[in-house]
Design a protein around this ligand. Structure first.
Ligand code: 13P
Length: 315
């Protein structure tokens, strides 16, 4: 299946515009119909382009046919939506995503030695180019847990002196960098920790017209944590990246920002609260509708307040 037949676009034109007009395309992860619909609703409501991100474990959870059936059923026409493999860990995984209709893939070789990361990224790029699929690569490692395949307990900042060589040798379309964000809900020990804007600045100076990507950028809204804990949950000491810091990164050539945990919290908070308030309800459609509304609200907030991407969709 070719992604164009599904109304999808790759990320190249998206990033060119984002770089020019200083905004970021939100990459929101999805793993079922409810998350997918909420992202598409938020995109439609705000006229923002979006990247629909699917991790390897989310792909396994949905299965190829269900996932691509949902994408086809969404009848995407807007030319502002990309379908992206988040953290592909092997050539085979990226090839598989391309073959079933993804318009963009990430090869995450960040844990590999530099030369091996270059070699494997290049192999993915060579395959992806045949289908005009865009490729994101990663240099530097983010700590935290995203899913069973993406976890690390180390945070190794990207070395600015590596980036030109890496991009030149791999011919990748965008580069994820490590400047102090991390995956999951526990990103910070205290609120005074800051991202390494000095590293971002050096990288942006070396690659002034090249799309940079920030993973692990959830804000971890404390109001959602409160709702979860008030209604039987137990999430302690969760802390995210303050919105102002992500906004600053967006003004410095970050043109794709990955957010997953915030929507997971919104989903969970809405369901816990809804079931607690109406203990007699056992119709999943009722609490899943509440959850979709809460997720859409969260995505719209991030699009308008952090990404600066509202109104940037192509007509
Ligand atoms: P968060 O855990 O901060 O939402 O990051 C998600 C992410 O980077 C997906 O690749």
């Amino acid at each position: 299946m070719n992604y164009k037949d599904l109304g999808l676009v790759n990320t190249k034109i998206m990033f060119a515009d984002a770089l020019k007009r200083k905004y970021a395309i939100p990459a929101f992860n999805f793993y079922n119909m409810e998350t997918l619909k909420s992202i598409l609703d938020a995109s439609e409501n705000t006229k923002s382009p979006v990247i629909l991100a699917v991790s390897e474990s989310a792909l396994k959870y949905m299965g190829d046919d269900f996932l691509m059936g949902m994408i086809s059923g969404a009848k995407i026409k807007s030319k502002n939506i990309a379908l992206h493999l988040d953290h592909g860990h092997s050539f085979e995984s990226c090839k598989h995503a391309i073959d079933i209709g993804f318009s963009s893939v990430m090869f995450d070789g960040s844990e590999l030695p530099f030369s091996e990361n270059v070699k494997q990224t290049k192999k993915v790029v060579n395959y992806a180019k045949k289908f005009n699929v865009s490729v994101e690569a990663e240099l530097g490692t983010l700590s935290g847990i995203e899913d069973e395949n993406t976890k690390s307990d180390k945070n190794i900042y990207t070395n600015p002196s590596d980036v030109i060589n890496f991009v030149h040798e791999t011919d990748c379309d965008s580069l994820a960098i490590a400047i102090g964000t991390s995956h999951g809900a526990y990103k910070r020990n205290n609120s005074s920790e800051k991202l390494r804007f000095d590293i971002l600045d050096q990288i942006a100076q070396k690659l002034p017209k090249f799309p940079l990507v920030l993973h692990g950028s959830s804000n971890i809204p404390q109001n959602l944590i409160k709702i979860i804990n008030k209604n039987g949950g137990k999430i302690t000491d969760a802390m995210g990246i303050p919105a102002a810091q992500v906004r600053r990164a967006v003004s410095m050539n970050i043109c794709k920002v990955n957010v997953d945990s915030d929507a997971r919290l919104a989903f969970t908070a809405a369901i816990r609260e809804s079931l607690f308030k109406k203990p007699e309800n056992f119709d999943p459609r009722k609490y899943l509708t509440v959850a979709m509304n809460k997720m859409t609200e969260t995505y719209i907030h991030e699009i308008t307040e952090i990404m600066n991407s509202a109104g940037k969709a192509k007509k």
